[in-house]
Design a protein around this ligand. Structure first.
Ligand code: AMP
Ligand code: ZN
Length: 468
């Protein structure tokens, strides 16, 4: 029985899908205006682990993740909705490209990074600019039903019309007022400070917006209703278009609870008249050296930077496996080095099993029932991946026959995604004894850490003890 911690209600609940055996999942994806840092990658890995686990548990999963390629203002993530600069325009100015070119560039980088982290592609990726009509349609319904009102500069959702507005966040409504005043849309026609924009007309602060579309809405200041949708309506409309009015699971970062996801619920439930999401799952953030990651601090590392320092992307994936998605995780290079070593040891374990099996010629597809049961229980406990990883190690260290161990661990790797099956195709390295591999790994880490004394010492030991 799968149990999920639902942000809506703040407790673990037994998971019951809308349709037997099927799960519809959506995750808020990246805004594609720059290279995604390892914090964003943690979010992507968590989405991958959850969907892999659901498939492992036997569900038929339809998973959609979006690319935000317009309209995400810098204030949106910090509870100051509708304020700040448009991220895509920021990227376009920085690089002398059009917003579309910026999106193409960073989608490509993102897709290559996630592939290196062995993150499976979602069933569908939805690029926001491909769904403008769906967004316009939804805004229109909200206006027609009286949940939204049109002013000369924007169309606002009238929060007071949606009673359950604070249900997800559990916050007092006046908390949402605190950011008011910095907002770019200082519109005297706005009824309440906490009302949020569904559509920005291309006027005022946004008069020079680079991305805009005509609409059926009327503003006294612009012709043809020209403007662009707000960020929150993007996800609501893309979910409706790709998965339907009600979905099983919506995943996103914790920072989205008070504004983005709260607004998504208000829009979708008002427009569609049915419940929007049954289970809300929020991943906690990655810290670096116990601080918030920041470009200005030089701690917003990305996958390619880690690679250039000698770490494999899969070592980063291994690092992420060690923490539950609802816990903050602290990144340090020491921890990454330890993950690299652990991953190498796991691979070596696989190679040793393989050589033992080759000797005894006893290949098997038999999976150990008892380890599989505990592994499954860990997944069913709100996707307890750290526990699942520990069970994988227990399996390796157990006294099961080698061929059953191997089959069982490879089965678990369908969820962990460490690509351990690759080890089966590298018999070259089979001859390296465990003790040697450990010393080699430690030397590699010492070198990465520029600890030359230690790396020299390890080299000498490799030479004197093993002739390597
Ligand atoms: P953004 O491009 O800012 O919309 O972020 C893309 C995704 O990365 C969102 O789901 C965020 O919640 C997530 N994210 C951003 N920073 C972090 C972090 N430090 N740790 C984990 N996830 C993050
Ligand atoms: Zn979203």
């Amino acid at each position: 029985m799968l149990k999920i911690f639902n942000t809506l209600g703040r407790q673990q609940e037994v998971f019951t899908p809308i349709e037997d055996g099927k799960v519809k999942v959506y995750q808020c994806g990246p805004t594609v205006y720059s290279t995604q840092h390892i914090g964003n990658m943690r979010a992507a890995v968590e989405g991958d682990l959850i969907t892999r686990a659901l498939r492992y548990l036997g569900y038929d999963v339809k998973f959609v993740r979006n690319y935000t390629d317009f309209g995400h203002l810098t204030g949106d993530n910090i509870g100051d909705a509708d304020s700040g600069e448009d991220r895509m325009e920021k990227g376009a100015k920085r690089e002398g490209l059009t917003p579309d070119q910026v999106a193409d560039k960073y989608i490509k980088i993102f897709e290559s990074d996630v592939a290196e982290l062995n993150i499976q592609m979602p069933t569908k990726t939805a690029r926001a600019t491909d769904y403008i009509n769906a967004m316009v349609d939804m805004v229109k319904v909200l206006v027609d039903k009286g949940f939204a009102y049109v002013t000369p500069t924007a169309i606002f959702f009238e929060v007071d019309k949606f009673e359950k507005y604070t249900e997800l966040s559990g916050q007092k409504l006046d908390k949402n007022i605190s950011g008011e005043g910095h907002g770019t849309v200082s519109d005297s026609n706005k009824k309440k400070p906490y009302d949020f924009a569904l559509w920005f007309f291309r006027t005022g602060e946004h008069a020079n917006a680079l991305q805009y579309w005509p609409s059926p809405f009327e503003s006294s200041l612009v012709a043809n209703g020209i403007g662009f949708p707000g960020w929150h309506i993007e996800c609501s409309a893309m979910i409706k278009a790709t998965l339907g009015d009600t979905i099983d699971i919506h995943i996103g970062g914790v920072e989205h609870i008070p504004t983005h996801h709260t607004n998504e619920i208000a829009q979708s439930e008002s427009a569609n008249g049915v419940k929007y999401v049954n289970y809300w799952m929020h991943n906690e953030h990655l810290l670096v050296d116990n601080h918030k990651m920041a470009k200005s601090e030089g701690t917003a590392y990305n996958v390619q930077e880690l690679k250039s320092k000698g770490y494999e992307p899969l070592a980063l994936r291994y690092f992420f496996l060690q923490s539950h998605y609802r816990s903050k995780q602290n990144f340090t290079f020491e921890a990454l080095a330890a993950s690299q070593t652990a991953l190498n040891r796991l691979r070596l374990g696989i190679r040793n099993l393989l050589s033992e099996i080759k000797e005894s010629r006893s290949l098997s597809n038999n999976i150990d029932v008892s380890f599989k049961e505990t592994f499954t229980q860990a997944l069913e406990d709100d996707f307890n991946i750290p526990q699942a990883l520990a069970i994988t190690w227990d399996t390796l260290k157990s006294d099961l026959p080698s061929e059953i161990k191997l089959a069982t661990i490879l089965d678990f790797d369908r969820v962990l995604g460490l690509n351990l099956v690759d080890e089966l195709e590298q018999p070259r390295t089979l001859e390296v004894p465990t003790e040697v591999q450990i010393l080699l790994d430690e030397r590699q880490i010492a070198r990465i850490e520029k600890n030359w004394t230690k790396s020299d010492e390890l080299r000498d030991r490799l030479k004197s003890e093993f002739g390597i």
